[in-house]
Design a protein around this ligand. Structure first.
Ligand SMILES: [Zn+2]
Length: 320
């Protein structure tokens, strides 16, 4: 009898143990399972970003820092100085964070936080395509060593616009995007050795006249273009604000788009049979010049100095 009672007692103790321990094991298991996201944030991976992949016509979700590795690879040559790449990482992180619904942003037109179309948001390339290379390591260093750092002005995330090459001076935001922002002001950018500092588009006189006539109905002929087409107004940066074409007014941006030019810093040279359109710089010219950032880094500037140079009056903060 005694032995039987002892067996029952042991069974009850084991059963009680299971009843007490099982919920603890289950709850602890859930905590461990759920802590993945917390741990990622603690390691500085940042908020989740929903991205519309324009080339695949699909959507994916990824944490901010891993997303930025693909952005930097697509937006700046990995051969650039590490400080320039870090500046690019902070600019791209700020640009993205400003669009996140989590930070009060309104996302992009696709309905996602951001898309991979550089004409709409930011370019992106899948990091799996260059994983394990020196390029991957260098870009990861630029992104993860600045993890969570963003640029702010007056306590708000800035519109961190950037472009390839300023061609001398960057541009005031209101001269390109109509909105004046105090941190997007024209500054000198030393980058004469940049590959696209200067370029030329050559076109026949008759083609030049035909293109302008079809876009602006300005009745030009091959013989009259040199007397009837001229730059009428420039911004202080040297970029063209207005041109006159057969009495019609054409903006510098319209002219750039019509002839597929690198920038609106335009000089027109009329030859006997052709027209040579010279440009300086590459891109809209607002915010940070990427080749200017690289030139500054090679002269010894840190990424913080580069960002503060191109974005007037900003400071850096850590968001995660
Ligand atoms: Zn977009």
């Amino acid at each position: 009898m005694r032995r039987r009672q002892r067996r029952i007692l042991v069974r009850r103790i084991i059963l009680c143990g299971i009843c007490v321990m099982l919920p603890i094991i289950i709850v602890r298991g859930c905590i461990i399972a759920n802590s993945g996201k917390d741990e990622e944030e603690a390691r500085g991976k940042g908020p989740l970003v929903t991205v519309y992949d324009d080339s695949q016509k699909s959507t994916f979700t990824v944490n901010m820092e891993d997303y930025l590795v693909g952005v930097i690879a697509a937006e700046m040559p990995a051969s650039f100085d590490i400080e320039a790449l870090k500046a690019q990482a902070v600019a791209a992180r700020t640009y993205t964070a400003r669009r996140l619904k989590e930070y009060g942003g309104s996302g992009c037109a696709t309905g996602c936080d951001i898309c991979t179309d550089s004409g709409c948001c930011q370019a992106w390339t899948n990091p799996a395509g260059f994983a394990g290379t020196d390029k991957y390591d260098k870009i990861c260093e630029a992104v993860y060593s600045t993890a969570g750092e963003v640029a702010v002005y007056d306590g708000e995330l800035i519109e961190a616009l950037f472009h390839s090459t300023a061609g001398g001076y960057t541009e005031n935001s209101e001269n390109v995007f109509s909105t004046a922002l105090p941190y997007l002001k024209s500054v000198y950018s030393d980058e004469t050795s940049a590959p696209r500092y200067e370029s030329t588009v050559t076109i026949s006189r008759s083609q030049f006249a035909r293109k302008l006539n079809s876009a602006f109905d300005c009745e030009l002929t091959a013989d009259s273009v040199d007397s009837k087409v001229s730059v009428s107004q420039r911004y202080d940066s040297g970029r063209v604000q207005m041109l006159s074409a057969g009495g019609k007014t054409v903006t510098g941006r319209e002219f750039r788009s019509l002839f597929g030019l690198d920038s609106t810093n335009i000089t027109i040279e009329f030859g006997k049979d052709d027209v040579r359109i010279h440009t300086r710089g590459f891109g809209h010219g607002v915010g940070m010049s990427q080749t200017g950032a690289d030139a500054k880094a090679k002269e010894g500037s840190s990424y913080i100095e580069i960002l503060k140079y191109y974005y007037t009056g900003i400071s850096l903060e850590r968001y995660w």
